[in-house]
Design a protein around this ligand. Sequence first.
Ligand code: ADP
Ligand code: MG
Length: 319
Amino acid sequence: MAQALVEAVDLCKYFKTPKGLLHAVENVNFRIQEGKTLGVVGESGCGKSTLGRTVLRLHKATSGKVLYEGKDILSFSRSEMHNVHRNMQMIFQDPYSSLDPRMSIRALIGEPLSGLPRSERLSAAEEKEKVDAIMQMCGLPLHYANMYPHELDGGMRQRVGLARAMVLGPRFIVCDEPVSALDVSIQAQILNLLMDLQDEHKLSYMFITHDLAVVRHISDDIMVMYMGQVVEYAPSHMLFSSPMHPYTVALLNSIPTIDLSRRGRERITIHGEISSPVNPAPGCRFAPRCPYATEECRNEHKLVEVEKGHFAACTKGVK
Ligand SMILES: Nc1ncnc2c1ncn2[C@@H]1O[C@H](COP(=O)(O)OP(=O)(O)O)[C@@H](O)[C@H]1O
Ligand SMILES: [Mg+2]
């Protein structure tokens, strides 16, 4: 198997809280090849953003490894990390909050260039040329260069966020709910842009969303998270055609655009109390809400390869 560009091995991130240790990300494993997209799906609060931030070392991992081109970046020094960060960028749901309102679009997109090592610094003319090229690449009309963030709509602001991420020539981008705040028609434009950029530059993405319908077309693989745990991880087509974990099935059932009647799949809806990610019990965290939970589920949570490339912590969602 080709070496993954980005890989996580037993990655954990716990937060200390007044009530105890909050297990936001528990034993997560994944591999993302060059030019591929891993979709990360789950309800709000299940640990998606924490996972993305931990992979980029914006959070300090509690344990586990993050490999970039096979090297564990969690052990890198600051200067080694500086080089890696050029290759690993992040875009957010609301680029507005990360864009300094006093800076012009040109200055915002050019800003990451100021952190380049002296030997790679650009002249003013070169920087202008570079920013112009990136704006074009991201579908930003050049006359926006002298405007300010508040003058742009959400879709254009997301393009500015993407341009800032693209200006250093990254190979991997964590896209954290980048279209969740946008109108549906604008969502499609941004998703198309992301896919075009991926094709042209062989980019790899971790695409985070609470909306399975959004990741379907953009993802090669999909990881479903529930309260910090990965419950299922599979190539996108397998996840949609043969979901195994009851939580995945429930999530699929909640997508209005999917035909619920096909193949007599039983409808699983979610009831019951939500357990807490603080000092959690062992076992599957979905168990308290799962209609099929047994004693075994409350004791153990382990992903098993149920068919080639398809990992599930449980197969009780299959009827
Ligand atoms: N800095 C933090 N300190 C303490 N708890 C946090 C912090 N960031 C996130 N959490 C908690 O971690 C869990 C996962 O949060 P998050 O990663 O933001 O979920 P998602 O992105 O899936 O909505 C939540 O219970 C959240 O309250
Ligand atoms: Mg989030």
